[in-house]
Design a protein around this ligand. Structure first.
Ligand SMILES: Cc1ncc(COP(=O)(O)O)c(C=O)c1O
Length: 363
C-alpha cells in the first residue's frame, strides 16, 4: 500500500505544475499598478485587457468575449440562457463531463447521450437523432479536444461533418475546450468555432489548465446577439467577477510567461501520460483497452466485463483512487459500468506506475 493514497480521480494539476512564485509577483504588481480598477465593481463581462487578448486570439470583436468564474460557472449560465430561449433536450457525448450532466439532471432536463468512438462523437448518430424527433433540441454540448473523461479528440473530418449537420438543423452548440492548448504532439485541428464562424457555436475555455485552477478565470466567445443576455446573467448573479485573479492572468500573459509556462506544463504532462500508457501496456496488456490521448489530462480505460464501481471501492482501500465510468453517463443509461477515468495530471510518473500496477493486481 502506498504511504499516501495515489489519485487518478482528480482532474486537477499537480501542485508543481502551478507557477506559484510568478503568480504571486503578478498579484503584487497588478494590485499596485491597477488597484483602483481591480478592487472596485466593474463590468460583468470581466477585466477588459484580458478580454481584449482573448478576442484577438480568436479574431472576434471584444463584445463577444465574456469572462466567467471558471468554465463550469459559464456552463450554468449558458444552459440557463439557451434552455430559456429554446426549451428542449440537451445532446451530449457518451461519456461526457460529469458536472454538466449533474447540472442538467438537477434542472430536470432530458439528456440524450450520443455514441462516440476513438475519433470522437459519431456525427451520423447526431444526424439520425435530429431527424428522428420532430421537437427541437436545445443545444449540443461537446468537448471535441482531449475530452473529459475519455481523452479522445474529434477528427478533422468529423468536425467538418458536424458543422454541416448543425447548420442543416440550426442546432446551437456549446464547444467546451479547456484542454486544447495542453497538446503533447500532433497538429491541432480547427475549433468548431473557427469552422462554423460563431453563429451557432459558442466556445468556452478557461485558464485552469494553462495557468492555474485557483484563478477561477474562464471565458466564453458568444454569438454577437447572445453576449448581452449572458453578461446580464453575470451581473444579476455576482454583480461583477473578481477582477484580481483576472488581472493576475493578464499580467502573467503581459510578461510573456503564458507560452513558456504552457510548454513546461505540456512537457510535465507528456511524461505522466507516457508513464501511464506504458504501465497500462505492461500491467493490463490484453485484459483491457484504453484511449491514447495526444494531450489533456485523461485516459479512458475499458475493462471488458469487470465492474469498475466495485473495483473503485477495493482500490480505494488499497490506496488508489479513480472515478468509475458510470459517473460520466446519464444515470438512466446504465452505461459505463466496466469503464474508468484515469487522470494522469496529479501524480508523478513514478507514482502513476505504482498506482497502475496496484490497480492491475486488484482486477
Ligand atoms: C470539460 C471541462 N469543462 C469545464 C471544466 C471546468 O473547469 P473550470 O471551471 O476550472 O474552468 C472542466 C474541469 O475539469 C472540464 O474538464
Amino acid at each position: 500500500m502506498p504511504a499516501t493514497p495515489i489519485s487518478f480521480a482528480r482532474g486537477a494539476p499537480a501542485p508543481e505544475l502551478i507557477p506559484v512564485e510568478e503568480l504571486a509577483e503578478c498579484a503584487h504588481e497588478v494590485a499596485r499598478r491597477d488597484g483602483a480598477r481591480v478592487f472596485a465593481y466593474g463590468p460583468g463581462s470581466g477585466y477588459a485587457p484580458l478580454r481584449e487578448w482573448i478576442a484577438d486570439r480568436h479574431d472576434v470583436p471584444v463584445e463577444r468575449v465574456v469572462l466567467t468564474v471558471g468554465g463550469l460557472q459559464g456552463f450554468v449560465f449558458y444552459a440557463a440562457e439557451q434552455l430559456a430561449r429554446r426549451p428542449g433536450r440537451v445532446l451530449v457525448e457518451a461519456p461526457s463531463y460529469d458536472r454538466p450532466l449533474k447540472v442538467l439532471a438537477r434542472e430536470g432536463v432530458e439528456i440524450v447521450a450520443l455514441p462516440m468512438d476513438d475519433e470522437g462523437l459519431d456525427p451520423d448518430a447526431l444526424a439520425t437523432e435530429l431527424r428522428g424527433r420532430p421537437d427541437s433540441a436545445s443545444f449540443l454540448y461537446t468537448i471535441p479536444t482531449f475530452q473529459n473523461p475519455s481523452g479522445r479528440s474529434l477528427s478533422a473530418e468529423r468536425r467538418a461533418r458536424l458543422v454541416e449537420i448543425v447548420r442543416e438543423h440550426h442546432l446551437p452548440v456549446l464547444e467546451d475546450d479547456p484542454y486544447g492548448l495542453v497538446r503533447f504532439e500532433g497538429a491541432a485541428p480547427p475549433s468548431l468555432l473557427a469552422l462554423e464562424g460563431g453563429e451557432l457555436v459558442t466556445y468556452t475555455s478557461s485558464f485552469s489548465k494553462t495557468v492555474a485552477p485557483g484563478v477561477r478565470t474562464g471565458y466564453f466567445v458568444l454569438p454577437q446577439s447572445d453576449a448581452p443576455g449572458f453578461e446580464e446573467r453575470a451581473v444579476s448573479t455576482y454583480i461583477s467577477p473578481p477582477f484580481l485573479p483576472e488581472a493576475i492572468v493578464w499580467e502573467f500573459i503581459r510578461r510573456g510567461r503564458f507560452e513558456p509556462n504552457l510548454e513546461r506544463v505540456q512537457g510535465e504532462l507528456r511524461a505522466r501520460r507516457d508513464a501511464m500508457l506504458h504501465a497500462l501496456e505492461v500491467h493490463f496488456g490484453e485484459h483491457a483497452s484504453w484511449s491514447t490521448p495526444e494531450g489533456g489530462y485523461f485516459v479512458w480505460l475499458d475493462l471488458a466485463a469487470a465492474d469498475t464501481s466495485d473495483l473503485a471501492t477495493r482500490a480505494e482501500e488499497a490506496g488508489v483512487a479513480f472515478v468509475p465510468g458510470a459517473a460520466f453517463f446519464p444515470r438512466s443509461s446504465g452505461l459505463g459500468g466496466s469503464s474508468a477515468r484515469l487522470a494522469f495530471s496529479y501524480e508523478t510518473p513514478a507514482r502513476i506506475v505504482e498506482g497502475i500496477e496496484l490497480l492491475a493486481s486488484l482486477r
